[in-house]
Design a protein around this ligand. Structure first.
Ligand SMILES: [Zn+2]
Ligand SMILES: [Zn+2]
Length: 276
């Protein structure tokens, strides 16, 4: 079986409106592209910051700029007008766990994807005034804080899947990286994943980013597998074209790491199915 769960129906483009994208016809375009690529388990997971309800959690200027859609209308659309699994990409905001839980409790999701884009007020993957690297005192500090936040996110109990787990490397050589063996940074996150019993995403999105690699790195994936964490396979597609993107590379990485099964979700219950 092949899955693609971390999928966005709506582009990250200002001026676009939900009603043009949350349509049965658009969902059908995704379903068709997935079927062509042998992906039978297809779900969507819009960014929490696109929904007005997210402002009850956090009032960050980046969230205020993007929060236009209605979370309940999204969930209702996916359930009633599509055959897709219903998910949410729920950014972790440290200290706001109760408010995040309130959002999760509004609907019966098939899965909730946990991601860390921000550490404090600054982001891993924004090349603007919110860029963490403009403030960073050292790459060691950024990596350490990123993975500590990811560990905290996993332990919050809010999530089924931890997304793009080494997003901190997104810029590749365009940003500094620590000199030390990166495994010392992965370690606290891996420990937290295992204790929390979450699945870890193998994401091909990094292949489309400056870093040009899968998330997580080979060494990180090996540690996660050694710790007994299940793997969830996704592309983080923002268009039907992205579905299943780079899956040949992903399947090779899984097989190199000795992974033969991937995680499948329904109403937040997880099972394993043969990968491929
Ligand atoms: Zn993300
Ligand atoms: Zn995403």
């Amino acid at each position: 079986m092949l899955t693609d769960y971390h999928v966005h129906l709506r582009p990250d483009q200002e001026g676009t409106v939900a009603r043009d994208w949350f349509t049965a016809a658009n969902a059908e375009r995704y379903r068709r592209a997935a079927t062509e690529r042998g992906i039978t388990e297809l779900g969507v997971s819009e960014h929490v910051h696109r929904f007005t309800q997210a402002l009850d959690v956090w009032q960050h200027p980046f969230w205020r700029r993007w929060a236009r859609d209605d979370l309940d209308a999204y969930a209702q659309f996916v359930r009633e007008e599509t055959d897709l699994r219903l998910g949410l990409e729920l950014d972790y905001v440290a200290g706001r766990e109760d408010r995040l839980a309130n959002l999760v409790d509004r609907h019966e999701w098939d899965y909730v994807i946990g991601s860390v884009h921000f550490v404090g007020d600054f982001a891993m993957d924004l090349d603007d005034e919110h860029d963490i690297w403009r403030r960073a005192s050292s790459p060691e500090q950024v990596w350490e804080r990123y993975f500590a936040t990811l560990a905290e996110a996993a332990r919050s109990g809010l999530y089924d899947i931890m997304a793009h787990p080494d997003l901190v490397k997104v810029w590749g050589s365009a940003r500094p990286a620590p000199d030390r063996d990166p495994r010392r940074y992965y370690e606290p996150a891996v420990e937290a994943f295992a204790e929390a019993g979450v699945a870890v995403e193998l994401s091909t999105a990094g292949l489309r980013k400056p870093v040009g690699e899968l998330y997580p790195s080979r060494a990180f994936l090996e540690m996660v597998v050694d710790a007994g964490c299940p793997i969830a396979l996704s592309s983080d597609a923002h268009t039907p074209d992205h579905l299943g993107f780079g899956y040949d590379r992903a399947l090779e990485a899984l097989s190199d790491a000795g992974v033969t099964e991937i995680a499948v979700f329904e109403r937040r219950r997880r099972r394993l199915e043969p990968a491929g």
